[in-house]
Ligand binder design. Structure first.
Ligand code: QAP
Ligand code: CO
Length: 183
């Protein structure tokens, strides 16, 4: 059991497009730690760059609904198509703690991805799972929920975002100091 640090808005890794994974067989310990981290934070979805890892990996647990009996792990994901009517749903994000924003997204998403056995899949998702997949794939592409609202609406969150940004900067500086760099 190992709970990892969740990185917040302002950490540059959350603005990166995450790299394709080659060695899927070695992911198990990382995945275990990410589940521990997600459950401790009471999240339903977590992308690898939210724990500082530049890899195309995310997990979603919607077993509290009728939609799934098991948590899902998605590797090397790519959205093939989004379609259907757009709808609003209040989304949170472990990297922007304490806020919930109504986000418009299409109802259906077709995702190409690998599972832990290395097999490729192409499946359509909707409901909360489809919503969470769109949120997590956004993370892997460097996109936040606050990028999906109007500038006017975002003004409401500017103070919080600024504070998270400043905190992220000071955490990064501390990490560099610890490694013996001087800024
Ligand atoms: C993404 O987000 C998501 O601010 C996963 O204080 C959200 O698990 C997908 C959380 C909504 C679909 C719909 C956020 C927990 C969890 C917070 C999360 C907080 C505690 C967010
Ligand atoms: Co998020």
């Amino acid at each position: 059991m190992a709970v990892l640090d969740i990185v917040h808005y302002g950490d540059p890794i959350l603005r990166k497009r995450c790299s394709k994974i080659q060695g899927i067989s070695k992911l198990n310990p990382i995945i275990d730690d990410m589940f521990d981290t997600m459950y401790e934070a009471e999240g339903i979805g977590l992308a690898a760059n939210q724990v500082g890892l530049d890899i195309n990996l995310f997990m979603i647990d919607v077993t509290h609904t009728e939609e799934a009996e098991e948590p899902h792990v998605f590797i090397n994901s790519k959205i093939i198509k989004k379609h259907g009517e757009e709808g609003l749903y209040k989304e949170g994000c472990l990297s922007i703690p304490g806020i919930g924003i109504d986000i418009n997204r299409p109802e259906y998403v077709i995702l190409k991805y690998q599972t832990l056995d290395g097999k490729w899949h192409e499946n359509e998702f909707n409901g909360l799972l489809g919503r969470a997949i769109q949120h997590e794939v956004d993370h892997l592409n460097g996109i936040f929920i606050v990028d999906r609202i109007s500038e006017i609406e975002r003004m409401q969150y500017n103070a919080e975002l600024k504070e998270l940004e400043e905190n992220s900067k000071s955490i990064i500086k501390t990490k560099l100091d610890t490694k013996g760099f001087v800024l």
